[in-house]
Design a protein around this ligand. Sequence first.
Ligand SMILES: *Cc1c(COP(=O)(O)O)cnc(C)c1O
Length: 393
Amino acid sequence: MIPAVMPTYARYDIAFEKGEGVYLWDSKGRRYLDFGAGIAVNSLGHCHPHLVEAIREQAGKLWHCSNLYAIPGQERLAKRLTENTFADSVFFNNSGAEAVELGLKMIRKYQYESGHPERYRVITVEGAFHGRSLATISAGKNPKHTKGFGPAVDGFDQVAFDNLNELRAAVTPETAGILVEPVQGEGGIRPMRKEYLKALRDIADEFGLLLMFDEVQTGIGRTGTLYAYQWSGIAPDILASAKGLGGGFPIGACLAVEKVAAAMNAGSHGSTFGGNPMAMAAANAVLDIVLAPGFLDHVKNRGKRLRKGLEGLVKKHPTQLVEVRGIGLMQGVKCTGDSSALIKKAIENGLLTVPAGDNVCRLVPPLIVEDTHIDEAVGLLYQAISEIAEKAA
Ligand SMILES: *Cc1c(COP(=O)(O)O)cnc(C)c1O
């Protein structure tokens, strides 16, 4: 018989009951160190007092309010996001896929309003993940996600990772924009080189294309800057944000420069739940912490320690592990085989990580993680790898 919950996930047989900081407890009372953070969502860990208080206070005042009316929390959050980024204007929605989808719509609308309705195609990169809506699976072109869901949404051309010649050659008179993740997440924690991102900016400018970054996973301090593009020295025209922005409360945001946002006149887009007072209270509380002086330096330093610890593991176990890659607190360990054995063993030992493509075990702990937690995680991972290596020997 079909389970009442649709069977779209291959789930681990654990149910969590409560969380505090970087720890979770399951229904049997067992404690886990959480280096998955709900897939880079619980940016402040579990039940952060400031976040709990903000939600509690808002819950007693107003939960939902239509976008027919002014929502002061939106104005505050949008102001903070624009003041701290390249962007001039923000639209709020409820998830990563929605934020990316709006960015794709804006690419088309901007070209249309600029007298180029023939420009509608978007170039994406192999290994990309942009969400599970029809347009975003069509953009990602991952056969695992598109199979059986055809015909694909038209208008996406994919090029090889880190190949500028191929990208340049893919530009046609119908090309409207370029969409990339500065660090591919689901694809296996693959950072794009600074020079590559700079070249994308140049190509976009040369051909009149819009440059869009999907920072759904890399955003909100994950890599040690508010957004990962801030490492590169260039800025996109459009940016999709979600995951860590609400600290666990569902929210997405699509940020844009003025010329792009100006193409989105009243009535051109909408969302019932997007930007509701609860989500705004959560995201504003997250920013209170992430934008506080010193916080992003804390992330950078913890990221360095995690990186060093993981590199040590690769040195000790070269037959099991290939390399470490990532930026800040978004790190991946590439295994010589499927990473799922390691991830499963780590869970048995009390450490949660997340699988990613290309045989990668992904570590994306809460940003509030301390050195002691990092050392504990590296130790648990070492134990897991050693147990696997022993069995294989
Ligand atoms: C998770 C993710 C998405 C999709 O976000 P949802 O909230 O699941 O729709 C899109 N892009 C990237 C880079 C992501 O990591």
